[in-house]
Design a protein around this ligand. Structure first.
Ligand SMILES: [Zn+2]
Length: 304
């Protein structure tokens, strides 16, 4: 990246689960992250030397780049990946309807097509003292939970792409109607220990990831990929995203060798304005985007 202050890192991932050769680890030691992913300032002398070594030794590795800006420069990028801490996994009720979901095969229960129809049942004593958390049992649809404090400040702002739904209290009695996701009344709002931030905006397009290089698991029924190496991280065209949404989800990528592919989880993208709001409000629960390579913020990469 040439613009000053906008740092870009090059990083390398091994395609087979092997180790990097000891000589490389020794020579480039300080460039290796905790779990052994080497990264460099893009096209720096060290990056070029490392790249040449990988090619010379014919090591099966992928090189990709990632934006790694800090400070105010972060907000100059219009979109960001949302990464938040996970809630401890405990039973939050039958909030998903799996009747139309893909049953998967003998290896994985796929759940593509699961729909949320019920409210979450929360136990305030079991959930962490955070403002924004992700329910770990549901990678898709992604389920975010917000504190009453954050819900109150969100109501003062005018963000687009979600609605706030009260959660139910464990142990309290509710009618079937009150348990329905779409039904809200005053008592529910008053008593809710937490609120669900329900993302309603969907990205209209699918970002480009180049070639599907290696697949770890693909549902034999519906073709959904669960874990794969792509030639590059997602690169977006403006029309791939809803430009007016402050939060939106996507689960499709465009590839060069398999057309459009569906991925098992959901990627959540937020606007710079929303990220700034979360930071300025000192929202507890935001997580570091990546440790390998080290990147505090998940900046959405746009195609030039
Ligand atoms: Zn499936």
């Amino acid at each position: 990246m040439t613009k000053s202050g906008h740092k870009r890192l090059a990083f390398y991932q091994l395609l087979a689960g092997e180790e990097w050769p000891a000589e490389l680890r020794e020579e480039f030691g300080r460039h290796f992250s905790r779990f052994g992913v080497p990264s460099f300032a893009v096209d720096s002398e060290a990056d070029q030397r490392f790249r040449a070594s990988v090619e010379r030794r014919r090591i099966p590795a992928l090189r990709d780049t990632i934006l790694a800006c800090t400070g105010e420069h972060v907000y100059e990028h219009p979109f960001h990946y949302l990464s938040v801490r996970s809630d401890r996994s405990y039973d939050k009720g039958d909030f998903l309807d799996l009747s139309a979901a893909c049953p998967g095969d003998s290896r994985v229960r796929c759940r593509i097509g699961a729909r949320q129809t019920g409210k979450l049942v929360m136990d305030a004593g079991k959930s962490k003292d955070l403002d924004l958390i992700e329910e770990s049992s549901s990678p898709r649809p992604k389920v975010f939970i917000v504190s009453r404090r954050l819900r109150d400040s969100l109501r003062q702002a005018d963000f687009r792409g979600f609605r706030l739904v009260p959660t139910l209290r464990r142990g309290a009695t509710y009618s079937d109607q009150q348990r329905e996701l779409s039904y809200v009344d005053d008592r529910l709002v008053e008593e809710a220990p937490f609120f669900q931030l329900l993302v309603t905006a969907r990205a209209p397009g699918a970002p480009w990831v180049g070639e599907v290089v290696r697949t770890f698991y693909q549902c034999s029924r519906c073709g959904t990929l669960n874990g794969a190496f792509f030639e590059s991280g997602p690169r977006f065209k403006p029309e791939d995203l809803d430009q007016d949404a402050d939060i939106q989800t996507l689960s499709r990528y465009r590839t060069s060798n398999q057309g459009q592919v569906e991925i098992m989880g959901e990627v959540v993208v937020i606007s710079a304005r929303f990220l700034r709001f979360l930071k300025d409000n000192k929202v507890r629960g935001l997580a570091r985007y990546s440790s390998d390579p080290p990147a505090k913020h998940g900046i959405v990469d746009l195609l030039d």
